[in-house]
Ligand binder design. Structure first.
Ligand code: GDP
Ligand code: MN
Length: 304
């Protein structure tokens, strides 16, 4: 009888470079998904990074909404993987169903963003992200792209554009299109306020907090004086201008797989008074990995 097969991977042969296509680098696109939006899937299909190098990973809650989203997702997967041209097909696709309940089932945008709902909700999101990450990150993964299920518009070159900066953690600016009633025209506004630079005021606020308290961004009743990437867009629109960040949002976020392999994850607890993606940026920083933002490079969130 043959000895059991052993697969060896030399992690130092897995390159993570600013020319990921040329170097045939594998990317894992990870999406926590509570609802399925066709526009998300269509945008994903338009990504021009070679699909044979992309593995998709999803985690969906095990409730009625999650069941519906899973069905819709599987329909689109079958279409793409079985019935469309070879070049459209992804390398592989993994779907996980969450083994814990979402804390506050089915919420609309207003309810989700209420301050008192945030800690519990974001702790649950952290657990979902961690489960997804630790069940899918493989020995040949070079990059992890976090992409929320309600990101419906990005440049098709999103992956190569972000990777070209050669940063351990890099985040574009997440906006939302809406109809401006006053100006009677289509307009856009910042959506994600989790990408920011720290401030002395926020540090002082945090110093006075209890060990389990978290300091949240984007709420009028807590003035943190952090500098938000949401408001750092510049008139020249230079898409490649970079800023250093201390907190990041996860709507679209490219991470070198080594950062996660080092142990940086999404704390589902107060970590330096931060949680989820903001806590991730802090944990990565403690491991020696700096986060970078691209204020003028925009991706768009669905408008409910
Ligand atoms: P917001 O845009 O910051 O208000 O956050 P969302 O509610 O859009 O959540 C962020 C991402 O996580 C989206 O892709 C959601 O579809 C997904 N999501 C939200 N709640 C859950 C959940 O309970 N479980 C899982 N697996 N995904 C979720
Ligand atoms: Mn969202």
């Amino acid at each position: 009888q043959k000895p059991p097969p052993v697969t060896r991977y030399n992690l130092n042969n897995v390159t993570i470079t600013k020319n990921p296509i040329e170097n045939r680098e594998n990317i894992l696109v990870l999406t926590p998904m509570a609802r399925f939006y066709q526009e998300y899937w269509d945008n994903l299909l338009r990504l021009s990074y070679p699909h044979e190098l992309i593995t998709l990973g999803f985690i969906l809650p095990k409730n009625k909404e999650g069941n519906a989203a899973t069905t819709a997702l599987q329909e689109q997967i079958a279409k793409t993987q079985q019935h469309s041209a070879e070049r459209n097909r992804f390398k592989s696709i993994i779907i996980l169903r969450q083994d814990f309940d979402p804390p506050l089932a089915s919420q609309d945008e207003g309810e989700r963003h209420k301050l008192q709902n945030q800690k519990e909700r974001r702790a649950a999101m952290s657990k979902a992200r961690n489960s997804l990450l630790f069940s899918t990150l493989g020995p040949s993964t070079s990059w992890v792209l976090w992409l929320d299920a309600d990101i419906i518009e990005t440049p098709p070159t999103l992956i190569q554009d972000l990777a070209s900066h050669d940063k351990p953690i890099i985040v574009p600016n997440c906006f939302q299109r809406y109809y401006d009633e006053e100006k009677k025209m289509e307009n856009e506004r910042p959506y994600d306020f989790n990408s920011w630079q720290d401030s002395p005021v926020a540090q002082e606020l945090a110093a006075k907090m209890g060990p389990d308290d978290i300091l949240l961004e984007g709420y009028a009743d807590i003035a943190t004086y952090r500098v938000l990437m949401a408001y750092m867009t510049t008139d020249d629109g230079e898409v490649h201008s970079e800023v250093d960040l201390d907190g990041v949002g996860g709507t679209a976020l490219l991470v070198k797989a080594d950062v996660h392999r080092d142990g940086a994850m999404f704390p589902p607890f107060a970590f330096y008074h931060l949680i989820e993606t903001e806590g991730f940026a802090k944990m990565a920083k403690r491991l020696g990995w700096q986060s970078t933002g691209l204020p003028n490079y925009k991706v768009y969130h669905y408008n409910e």
